[in-house]
Design a binder for this molecule. Structure first.
Ligand SMILES: Cc1cc2nc3c(=O)[nH]c(=O)nc-3n(C[C@H](O)[C@H](O)[C@H](O)COP(=O)(O)OP(=O)(O)OC[C@H]3O[C@@H](n4cnc5c(N)ncnc54)[C@H](O)[C@@H]3O)c2cc1C
Length: 492
């Protein structure tokens, strides 16, 4: 498959959404798909690394949402791949809080602080809902003490479902299973890819339809018949359609330029979406010095700086005898640590651990600090929408622009931020593309198909009643004259 041919579709990105999209197309007879992936592997944010004789998950680690009435599709894929998993019970974390002198905070105090944090989060949510955010009397006091800050961090940065219902847990159940398997969580993506791409008997993918190390830099989508994609190494590809599965962090960056530029409604939706940086730092020790009793897997460190090496997990349940601890940072702390040397981070981490467990503990022999923020193919860990996000924001972030379809976890209204969100969004995007291909095949001309693409976001603008308003919207969509005439006819 050379770069001069025009493919039915090019999929940009080979994370779980790109691969699930490609699989659906292949299953529906669209076989001349080309997948362009910037890195040297598939899986994207599902990624294992060898560390201290085990496989660590530096990206997604858990199947979140298990045990409910409906089965999480990722849980099914994990089981079909026979991946070993381990139930995570966070309920005790709030009672395992160490202060800076190594004392465990009494459980009554911890429970009271937790209740206070939940109540104030609920109050804050009510304020937002009733638009009373400015009423001084209703603003809950912000946490100040180390224990309140530690609990606030866990409640908000770890999406504990006590405050508002989270679709993942409502729909699929509230259990979480850590993938603890040498083959890695990414096996799910590899198995999916191998179901439609050729592989060697050693399981290596050798199929021209997957091109690794292809960094897409430019998408030219002005033509009415095809789209042109240019990569960093100077290659040019053409396709009838594009499925763009890069993260919202990448869309917010200048890695890919669009000619003509994306319409304003699309760029607004992209820029509105928040990106969370979530960093799991792995530490290998010559021996254990922490408790491995039941209910002690997760523990917290209370410090006057919010999120300063707060959330800890030992890996003995997942990998007995591994002597590995994991500490999780988010957002500003993640960015701060990404910008310093691993040795500087090790020094900070050891000072924290010595505060908790005493001066005599051994220094870690290995450290692994993932850098999701500085990775130009990610620019963050996952999307996060404000609790009261509008349905319309999701419609816009997902809506196609001409021949470009959008997918990825950030396009999933219900499950953004999760592996299953990425997986399901890939299926959705391909189904939408297949519908469009069928419409064209059934004799609708390009104009009508274009009209369908462009009406989707218009329909979402529910306040648009009059043609005047539609005209404004069509100009925002960068329509040419003939296409806007088609829309005018369509709405008569
Ligand atoms: C640290 C961390 C922890 C997480 N923990 C969990 C968890 O426990 N449970 C859970 O359910 N989810 C978790 N997630 C979220 C989950 O990993 C993601 O939601 C999901 O993997 C996203 O898949 P995707 O296909 O949408 O995007 P990606 O996996 O990011 O795929 C996009 C692909 O596009 C490629 N790309 C980018 N730019 C270009 C370009 N210019 N040209 C070509 N290719 C490009 C990238 O290299 C990447 O392979 C976590 C994520 C992170 C980072």
């Amino acid at each position: 498959m050379d770069s001069s041919s025009c493919h039915s579709a090019i999929i940009i990105g080979a994370g779980i959404s790109g691969i699930s999209a490609a699989k659906v197309l292949a299953e529906n007879g669209v076989n001349d798909v080309l997948i362009l992936e910037a890195s040297d592997r598939i899986g994207g944010r599902i990624r294992k690394e060898e560390f201290g004789d085990i496989s660590i998950e530096i990206g997604a680690g858990w199947v979140a949402g298990v045990g409910g009435k409906t089965s999480n599709p990722i849980w099914e894929l994990v089981n079909q791949s026979s991946l070993r998993t381990c139930l995570s019970d966070y309920s005790n974390a709030r009672y395992n809080i160490y202060d800076q002198s190594g004392k465990i905070i009494p459980s009554e105090l911890a429970a009271a602080s937790y209740d206070k944090a939940v109540n104030s989060a609920i109050q804050e949510l009510k304020n937002q809902e009733t638009n009373l955010g400015n009423a001084i009397s209703d603003i809950p006091p912000s946490p100040k003490t180390p224990i309140d800050l530690a609990i606030d961090f866990v409640l908000h940065d770890f999406e504990m479902a006590e405050v508002e219902p989270i679709s993942t847990y409502v729909e699929y159940g509230d259990e979480e299973f850590l993938v603890a398997d040498e083959r890695g969580y990414e096996l799910v993506v590899y198995n999916m890819a191998e179901s439609f791409l050729s592989t060697t008997c050693q399981g290596k993918i050798v199929d021209d339809r997957l091109q690794l190390n292809k960094v897409v830099r430019e998408i030219i989508h002005g033509s009415r018949n095809d789209v042109t994609v240019k990569t960093e190494d100077g290659c040019v590809y053409k396709a009838q359609y594009i499925i763009l599965s890069v993260s919202v962090g990448v869309l917010q960056s200048d890695l890919i330029s669009f000619h003509p530029p994306l319409p304003e409604w699309k760029t607004e939706a992209i820029m509105k979406c928040q990106v969370i940086v979530y960093t799991k730092i792995f530490l290998k020790f010559p021996c254990k010095f922490w408790s491995c009793e039941l209910g002690k897997e997760f523990f917290l460190y209370a410090h006057e700086k919010r999120g300063y090496y707060t959330f800890w997990q030992h890996m003995e349940n997942a990998y007995p005898g591994s002597n590995i601890l994991v500490v999780t940072l988010t957002n500003e702390e993640s960015k701060r640590v990404e910008s310093q040397s691993d040795m500087a981070t090790l020094k900070e981490v050891m000072a924290v651990l010595r505060n908790m467990f005493g001066a005599d503990i051994p220094t870690a022999t290995q450290i692994f600090v993932p850098r999701w923020w500085n990775n130009r193919f990610q620019r963050g860990s996952y999307s996060d929408y404000p609790i009261l996000s509008k349905h319309q924001d999701f419609i816009h972030i997902k809506a196609p622009v001409g021949r470009i379809f959008f997918t990825g976890e950030h396009t999933s209204e219900k499950f953004n931020g999760y592996v299953h969100g990425g997986y399901l969004s890939g299926i959705d995007a391909s189904k939408a593309l297949l519908d469009e291909m069928r419409r064209v095949e059934n004799g609708h001309n390009g104009m009508e198909s274009q009209r369908n693409f462009l009406l989707d976001p218009l329909i979402a603008l529910t306040d648009l009643q009059k043609w005047d308003d539609i005209s404004v919207a069509t100009s925002r969509l960068f329509l040419n004259k003939s296409t806007s005439t088609a829309i005018q006819e369509a709405i008569k």
